[in-house]
Each structure stands twice: as C-alpha cells, then as structure tokens.
Design a protein around this ligand. Structure first.
Ligand code: AMP
Length: 110
C-alpha cells in the first residue's frame, strides 16, 4: 500500500498545523476548513492503522472510540462546548484520504 498524506504527516515528512498530540492520536487543522474550527484526528500507531470505517475488523474496532475520546478531550481542553464529529465512509461517502480520520467541526473558534 502507498503511504497516504496522513502517514507523511505522522512521519513529519509534510507539515501540519498540529493542535493535539498524544502517544496514540494526532489532531491537526484541516487544510480546507468547513467550519471556524475543523480538526482531523488520526491514530498514530501502526497497529491501529485502518483505511476506513468500512474496513474495520475486530483488531481495529477500538480505533474510532480512541479518536472520539481524543476529540472530546480536545474540546474540553479548548473550552469548545458544541461540535460535530463525522467519518466519511468510503469513496461513495465522500472519503478522499484512505487513512481513518475523524472530522471535528465547530462554529466556535479556537
Ligand atoms: P475525507 O473526505 O474525509 O477523506 O477528508 C480528507 C480531508 O483531509 C479533507 O477535508 C482535506 O481538506 C483534508 N486534507 C487533505 N490534505 C491535508 C493536509 N495536508 N493537511 C490537512 N488536511 C488535509
């Protein structure tokens, strides 16, 4: 499999505006924001890699929860009280980058 743009962000090969970073999850600003705050959350560990919700298996079923927990912690840290969380699932669901990511959208600014 070819590395995606998000693999390259984790590897530090291309820049990203990182706003959340733990051992397991990275959050960075979407390059084409659809809301005043638009963050993408991805899992950093190789064992947690899955391309899409559509490809989740028993081994990776915990990953969406990890991303949701990170988004919730991020909102709490930043004092954001309302937001939307979205997964684009598959090409027909509008997914363009095949590295599972959670969109965090809020009308509240950082
Ligand atoms: P999706 O349609 O769910 O696959 O969304 C992929 C998202 O990644 C889009 O909202 C893009 O704007 C965003 N994106 C693509 N390349 C980058 C990048 N280098 N840095 C930040 N966001 C990106």
């Amino acid at each position: 499999m070819q590395p995606t743009i998000f693999h390259k962000i984790i590897a530090g090969e291309i820049p990203a505006d990182i706003v959340y970073d733990t051992d397991e999850v990275l959050g960075f600003k979407d390059i084409h924001p659809q809301a005043p705050t638009h963050i993408l959350f991805i899992a950093k560990l190789e064992k947690d890699f899955v391309s899409s919700i559509i490809d989740i298996t028993d081994q990776t079923a915990h990953v969406p929860t990890k991303l949701i927990q990170a988004a919730k912690d991020f909102a709490s840290e930043k004092g954001i009280t309302g937001y939307q969380l979205k997964f684009h699932c598959g090409k027909d669901g509008g997914q363009e980058v095949f590295f599972l990511h959670l969109h965090f959208l809020s009308q509240q600014s950082l």
